[in-house]
Design a protein around this ligand. Structure first.
Ligand code: ADP
Ligand code: MG
Length: 346
């Protein structure tokens, strides 16, 4: 047993590093945060480059509105954000970000370099960060409007985590999954994902495509041509939804379930299980469908502030909403709704 020692306040850097471990568990979490920042910055093109499953290098380049030179000194500090001012703003938050924790967290567990240019400045600026603070002053550089964030040597200062994340293929496939899902949902934005120094593209979508085009290019035509669609607004539940899910002609060994609530990629285990069970009534044993769902509800009905990763959300009328979705999909399956078939045009 350790001897009793006096109680002391932890050093801020230690506090921040502990918190960082919660926001960023692995490279894919960091990437999700950075993708959301690029989308918040209204980018129409987002390019991701990865080395060693993101552990060595994770770079994201966007053509969004950039970061002002004066903000560069604070962007990586904890709880600094341009998106939220009062607690009440949370009720109507429309941006992905609001906690001002992502860049700070990343800079506490990796080496971060930002190159950015806004429309208001004549040139861009480049600066690196460690533990939330700038290393030196921003250096002018000639770049186009937008932001490039380079994250290197993730978890270099957290040896246990570093040791745990040795399977680069696994980390890469998680990254691919996040990029793929955001690409499908944000059909107006062009995405690409590459491995460093290699030409093959692992995800590629064009700006101004459609959700179905993107499902086709990412998950293949076997799924895309088999999709049934439902789009509806439910006034009583204050709910708008868009569903694309496969007919009974398609079945796979694993369920693919893409769920967005107010444009956030989230996991709702209850709904996922309900829908898998529903398909289970009709599909061969041990096989599963592909389901994409986008739910939009009044911001005040959704609590996104449940966890730092914002991966889970609470929403009002959960049971009624889940039931509505289940019944809609059941009607699609049984052919009782107008379905659309998305065969490729030749
Ligand atoms: P949050 O997104 O919760 O505000 P972050 O730590 O993710 O917190 O980002 C901090 C701030 O950095 C943002 O509020 C935004 O002003 C700025 N920022 C980060 N990434 C970008 C980007 N790609 N383009 C423009 N601004 C960005
Ligand atoms: Mg953010």
């Amino acid at each position: 047993m350790a001897n009793r020692r006096p109680v002391k306040k932890l050093d801020t850097t230690i506090v921040n590093r502990i918190a960082a471990g919660e926001v960023v568990k692995r490279p894919a979490n960091a990437l999700k945060e950075m993708l959301e920042n690029s989308l918040d910055a209204e980018a129409s093109l987002i390019q991701v480059v990865v080395k060693d499953g993101g552990m060595k290098l994770l770079q994201i380049q966007d053509n969004g509105f950039g970061i002002a030179k004066d903000d560069l000194s604070v962007v990586c500090e904890r709880f600094t954000t341009s998106k939220l001012e009062t607690f009440d703003d949370l009720k109507s938050i429309c941006t992905y970000g609001f906690r001002g924790e992502a860049l700070s967290s990343i800079s506490h567990i990796a080496h971060v370099t930002i190159v950015t240019k806004t429309d208001d400045e004549r040139c861009g600026y480049k600066v690196s960060y460690a533990d939330g603070k700038m290393k030196g002053i921003p250096v002018p550089c000639g770049v186009n409007r937008g932001t490039q964030i380079t994250v290197e040597n993730m978890f270099y200062n957290v040896p246990t985590r570093h040791r745990m994340l040795k399977n680069f293929n696994e980390e890469f496939s998680r990254i691919r999954d996040v990029v793929a899902r955001y690409a499908i949902h944000n059909a107006n934005v062009g995405f690409s994902l590459k491995k460093y120094g290699r030409d093959d593209v692992h995800v590629k979508t064009l700006a101004n495509s459609t959700c179905v085009d993107n499902i086709r290019s990412i998950y293949g035509n076997v799924i895309a041509r088999d999709l049934m669609e439902a789009k509806e607004t439910d006034e009583t539940l204050q709910l708008k939804f868009h569903i694309l899910s496969t007919s009974l002609d398609y079945h796979a060994p694993q369920l693919t379930f893409l769920l967005f609530i107010n444009h956030r990629l989230v996991d709702a285990e209850g709904l996922r299980k309900e829908l898998d069970l529903l398909y289970g009534l009709y599909l061969p044993v041990g096989t599963h469908p592909f389901i994409y769902i986008s739910l939009e509800m009044a911001p005040e009905n959704v609590d996104v502030n449940v966890h730092p990763t914002k991966h889970s959300v609470f929403y009002l009328h959960e049971e009624a909403i889940n039931k509505k979705i289940r019944l809609t999909i059941q009607q699609l399956i049984l052919g009782k709704q107008g379905t659309r078939n998305f065969s490729v045009q030749v």
